[in-house]
Design a protein around this ligand. Structure first.
Ligand SMILES: [Zn+2]
Length: 407
């Protein structure tokens, strides 16, 4: 027997009385079926209600309704915090009103927004999703401009400000079609429940809605992204819109504080800062090249073997510097073999030789890294390897000397 849905006729009924038809543990959950309910089950994009069931002497026994879902036979399943309430028990139910009110603001706002996109641009809504922080609709279109978003948002807010009545009507399909219904449910049988936003939108829907559009408060459109089925538009209504704007403002103020700027000047400030950072990165690289060149000259001056084998370890330098230095060494003279290491937490090895020298740096690197337990390789003239974890730079120095002795 299907449950009588009290919310069908009154979305503002938060407290009601009902009888337990069934109560059992099912699949690790505690299930209660009532003869009638005002608890909304998750469906049509709208999230379920939560609340309390009180019963017994002085209504002293209280259990929580944690989840509500539609059963296949038209019953509504209340999933509760405690097992088994005796069949036939009278329960006094209370729905979490602020949560329901929030859901009604989002859901009614969605009707208006979807209708606005149809009226303005003939773009239908494929689906609606209500999240914890924001909601989305997926629009059946391949693209949506910023101007379209703004126009739809303005129209939706106009309709909210006009405080139009939102009525529940019941009609046969033919009658609904004559009235110009925007959307019909996939299964069209029997009488339809229609949500009528005065002179703006008529839609078949089983959800809970505000009594008038003014109760939605406001609607704010946010992220717009392309998805497989069209364009997804994120929005927030009512208190969520205020909370979201408040959060955004706090983030902007924090960022503006870092730049000592007004929040409206942030984009230009960030742009400027990025350009400065890019220029400074370039200047730093140029300095690093100069240091590598000086270091290369110094190392070569202290070597007169043939080939000139340079072994050097730089604990404070990184892989970028090591590679720069190796290339400078190999390019400055025709007979150089450079075996370099750097790092404290992460070891980098770079082997390089002047073009035309007889050794194979890539092969040597592979062998050394195999010995050290790291990874590396490269071409005949230049190779790189790395190792994370603990290592001893003194041991690395010895390893490099062993490599040099085999040249
Ligand atoms: Zn609805």
């Amino acid at each position: 027997m299907s449950t009588v849905r009290l919310y069908y006729r009154d979305s503002f009924l938060y407290d009601f009385q009902a009888h337990v038809l069934e109560s059992a543990e099912r699949g690790g959950k505690n299930l209660v079926v009532l003869d009638r309910t005002a608890f909304y089950p998750t469906s049509g994009g709208q999230v379920h209600d939560v609340g309390i069931l009180a019963f017994g002497e002085g209504r002293a026994s209280r259990i929580l309704v944690l989840d509500v879902a539609e059963g296949e036979d038209g019953t509504i399943h209340h999933f509760t915090s405690h097992p088994v309430v005796p069949k036939g028990t009278t329960v006094y139910a209370s729905i979490d009103a602020p949560r329901r009110h929030d859901h009604m603001q989002q859901h009614t706002g969605q009707h208006i927004l979807s209708a606005a996109f149809v009226r303005l641009f003939d773009i239908p809504t494929a689906s609606f999703h209500m999240g914890v922080e924001s909601c989305t609709i997926d629009l059946e279109t391949s693209s949506l401009s910023a101007a379209q978003i703004e126009t739809a948002e303005r129209l939706a807010n106009d309709v909210i400000t006009e405080d139009r009545a939102v009525r529940i009507r019941f009609a046969e399909i033919e009658q609904a079609q004559r009235l110009g219904v925007r959307k019909l449910p996939p299964k069209q049988t029997g009488e339809l429940r229609l949500i009528d936003i005065t002179d703006f939108d008529l839609t078949a829907c089983g959800g809970t809605h505000a009594r008038s559009t003014g109760q939605i408060g406001s609607i704010l459109l946010r992220k717009v992204e392309k998805v497989k089925q069209g364009v997804r538009v994120e929005f927030v209504c009512g208190r969520r819109a205020v909370n979201t704007a408040r959060k955004d403002y706090a983030a902007l103020v924090e960022a503006a504080g870092l730049y000592s700027a007004h929040i409206h000047d942030l984009p230009q400030q960030i742009q400027k800062s990025l350009e400065e950072s890019k220029a400074s990165g370039k200047a730093q690289h140029k300095l690093l090249e100069e240091i590598a060149e000086l270091q290369a000259e110094k190392l070569l001056a202290g070597s007169n073997s043939s080939p000139r084998t340079i072994i050097a370890v730089f604990p404070e330098r990184d892989a970028v510097f090591l590679k720069l230095l190796a290339l400078k060494l190999a390019a400055t003279r025709p007979d150089v073999v450079a075996l370099l290491a750097s790092g404290t937490e992460q070891l980098t090895l770079v082997f390089a030789q002047s073009p035309g020298q007889k050794s194979n740096m890539g092969q040597m690197m592979k062998e050394v890294m195999g010995q050290l337990g790291g990874r590396g390789g490269g071409a005949a003239d230049l190779a790189q390897g790395g190792l994370t974890g603990s290592f001893d730079l003194a041991r690395i120095q010895t390893v490099l000397q062993e490599v040099a002795s085999k040249l």
